[in-house]
Design a protein around this ligand. Sequence first.
Ligand code: SF4
Length: 431
Amino acid sequence: MCQQTQVATVIDYYNRWMKRWPTVQSLATATIEEVNEMWSGLGYYSRGRRLWEGAKKVVDELDGQMPKTADSLQKLLPGVGRYTSCAIASISFGERVGVVDGNVIRVMSRLRAIGAESQQPATMDRFWSLADQVVDPDRPGDCNQALMELGATVCSPKTPSCSTCPLQSVCKAYSMTKSTRSSSCQKFFSLSSPSPDVKKRRGATGKDSSECGLCIPADQWDSSAGVCNFPRKAKKKAPLKEDYVTAVVSRHCVATGGNEYFLAKRRGEGLLAGLWEFPCLQVADSSLSQKASHKLLTEHLRDACAVDIRSLKSTLLGEVSHTFSHRLHTYHVYSIQLAAMKSESCTDELGDSTQQQSVQWVEDINSVAISTAVRKIMALVTTSTSKKKTASSATPAKRKHATKDTAGGSSNAKRTKTATLDSFVKKEKKA
Ligand code: SF4
């Protein structure tokens, strides 16, 4: 996860995870619900699931023995790709294999002035072969970690610290930009020196840049960017836009005094599978009317969750957007309020054993495995609820104010205001 998120965020999750499942064997006894719950809020849920699936495979099919080479790790464990297998094999078992991640790509592309688009298969092959060549045979794990760390701390994407970099003397990108700088200086002071011409520059392979597939094309060179011309990335595609209507169905539980929310579990294999969410449905038309959205949502609740609340009213709360890797989801959020529940058990009057999708009522939605998008939707619900409370507390105050003002003057109005404020504060404390 440290590839995606900062260590400061991951560390707490890591400590809690290791405390609960310190061994592969103990992780294998967990359920996917427990794993998702532990992972909740970290994102990239498929990683938690893969870790759990891998532990089960090791215990159930590999006699409790972890594969020890990059090849066998990749072949035998689900979700273990080239990077993970090489990192485990070199760091844990001392196998002489290099690793390539985003940081290593940046360091390698600068060291060797590789200016081809870094995500292209041919370029990636070159990075992997370079990583295998440079790895220290005696301490492959340390060497790989050092390269990744150098990329994370010294050879950073936008502000590399070349002046203090231990690889400066062998860095082609540095020497290229250094010669550009000294030539500009010489030009400035009118010294005769051939101007470095990127068009004629020879790349790492020794060929002219126009012939070499790994050199940076002349028209892509930005002289103000220096070493940051490397690595060269393909332009990002705009994320795929998808619209959803989602129903926040809630009820007040008299016994606990809190609100409960109706959640459904996502099925299938894809993105967010196995996580809990407010029932939602993808729609083709982002400007769907409230009436049409209500119809779609309540029919969906009936069909997927065995819940029939078509006769109830829904209120549009607003929109929430969230980007999941390459998809931009926009949720059109509707609130549907049910009558208060009187019994403490809060037994479902919604959903039964014939329901298609697993559902549950939850008071604290953070206690179950949910995605960041669902958290954002909940934040919208909370904001709307507190705005509503404020408005309903303020409205009677204004009315009373007007009545008292005409009847008894400003001192009466002041008393009314204070009394209303007191009751508002009390309500807020209760809430
Ligand atoms: Fe990166 Fe600069 Fe070091 Fe080269 S000299 S590896 S560009 S930090």
